[in-house]
Design a protein around this ligand. Structure first.
Ligand SMILES: Cc1cn([C@H]2C[C@H](O)[C@@H](COP(=O)(O)OP(=O)(O)OP(=O)(O)O)O2)c(=O)[nH]c1=O
Length: 211
């Protein structure tokens, strides 16, 4: 069992996809970048701060820790879109979303997701960097996309897993990482912490069948 310090529906869905059971806890932090902070450093700092805030929430609920069979751990992540060194988080308004999407049109940008797992004596992180190429976009189709409501809670104002997929010509990297939680890296961190995934229970079943 792990504690997920995230309100992102995508992160919940992706963890479920690999058969990880979790409990959601709150982890509110200030997400403003420092002056001059570069994308990789920023997302890593955000993921660590979310994991740390989640860990403090957990400690405040002492029972959860005491009653937990295994030593608990907190998982958090952060995703940003980077273009020309500029960090794009979630748009603050529809005008902001329009500006972001027009800036991403007809070129390649990076999507960086950091994952952090905090336990009582260990903090481990992983970084996933993907390159995504958008086709050319018209103002009218961007406007229609914004009216769908999809962009407003997504970094870079689009969802590769949603209608935004029609803008994506090429992806080099991790699909789940772009969506908010890189699953290869996440599974590796969970394995380090001794948290089972769906694959580990399949492995156990296969081992039992072999006996
Ligand atoms: C680029 C991209 C981002 N996103 C989402 C993933 C994240 O939820 C969001 C980036 O914002 P984040 O600040 O990383 O996460 P969040 O505020 O949604 O959730 P929390 O901090 O509670 O964990 O953008 C997609 O769903 N699809 C995409 O293609």
């Amino acid at each position: 069992m792990i504690y997920l310090a995230s309100q992102s529906p995508r992160r919940k869905e992706l963890l479920k996809q690999i058969g990880v059971k979790y409990v959601v806890i709150s982890a509110a932090i200030d997400e403003s970048p420092y002056a001059g902070e570069v994308g990789e450093a920023y997302v890593l700092r955000m993921a660590k701060e979310k994991a740390d805030a989640g860990w403090h929430t957990l400690q405040a609920k002492a029972n959860a820790v005491v009653n937990s069979a295994n030593s608990p751990c907190v998982l958090a992540a952060d995703t940003s879109v980077i273009v020309d060194g500029c960090i794009m988080g979630k748009p603050k308004s529809t005008a902001d979303a329009q500006a972001m999407l027009m800036r991403l049109a007809n070129r390649t940008h990076q999507v960086i997701t950091a994952v952090a797992v905090q336990s009582s004596n260990q903090l481990e992180t992983r970084l996933s960097i993907s390159n995504v190429t958008f086709r050319a976009l018209t103002e009218a189709e961007v406007q229609a996309y914004i009216e769908s409501g999809e962009p407003l809670d997504k970094a870079g104002a689009y969802a590769i897993q949603g209608l935004g997929a029609v803008f994506v010509q090429h992806l080099a990297g991790s699909y789940s990482g772009v969506m908010g939680l890189p699953l290869a890296e996440t599974a590796e961190l969970l394995q380090l912490m001794g948290v089972p995934t769906g694959l580990s229970s399949w492995r156990k079943q296969l081992e039992r069948a072999d006996e």
